[in-house]
Design a protein around this ligand. Sequence first.
Ligand SMILES: Nc1ncnc2c1ncn2[C@@H]1O[C@H](COP(=O)(O)OP(=O)(O)O)[C@@H](O)[C@H]1O
Ligand SMILES: [Mg+2]
Length: 251
Amino acid sequence: MLEFKNISFKYEEDPDFIIRNLSFKVNKGEFISIVGPSGCGKSTVFRLICKLERPFEGNIFLENKNINTLEKGYIGYMPQNDLLIPWRTILQNCSLPLEIKGENMKEVKYEAEKMLKDFGLEKYKNKYPRDLSGGMRQRVSFTRTLLTGSKVLLLDEPFSALDAITRLSMQEWLLDKWSKLNKTILFITHDVEEALFLSTRVFITDGSPIGKFREIKVDLDYPRSRDMLDNPDILRIKAQLVEELKKGVRL
Ligand SMILES: Nc1ncnc2c1ncn2[C@@H]1O[C@H](COP(=O)(O)OP(=O)(O)O)[C@@H](O)[C@H]1O
Ligand SMILES: [Mg+2]
């Protein structure tokens, strides 16, 4: 579904590469989490997939097509600091990606209303972002990302600003949507437990430059429940991941 082939990248003003000869593949329908220390270049990986940055070397393929040949809207991207536009209603916020694509406004409204209804957000459609709780706003952001129509969704630390309890219920909400929608998800987090609970595989990097992801397959069935994380194999993997991440932290 998505492939990185020998990608190297550096920001112009930086002397050092933050991604060095990185290759990986993601299969259709997978839920992949990327875990790594802050500042190592995780968000940059997403920015490359969106063509917000261009690789220095290498190519990125989506369904075997080089992304350089693709039109906008090929990817659903929820950036780390994704803010809803305060002066637009929830419905107008959700409609944005379709409007940008230049689709018929009547159709746009219909699609956005349908999705909000499917997600139980219909009664908020004429409200403004300030009227909603943090968890609700993230649901709206996710809805907006889905409305790009893309098969691959990139979610950059979507739950990191939420309180612990809201976060747990949002994880369950997201898994439920993923299982119904048949999408491929790449999800950045630095929460090891969140990564293990959600993912089919976890990609770990222990620092800069990102040269290779270590991959861990999470051998648990879906639907998932919290108690599955008490499985001895999972506990072992979790302890190992936490140790590895600690190594990459610069205090
Ligand atoms: N637009 C940018 N221009 C220059 N440097 C950037 C830009 N965005 C991020 N960086 C730098 O690149 C490194 C990786 O950033 P980022 O991909 O955001 O890391 P992460 O998401 O893993 O925290 C950081 O050192 C950051 O300061
Ligand atoms: Mg980031």
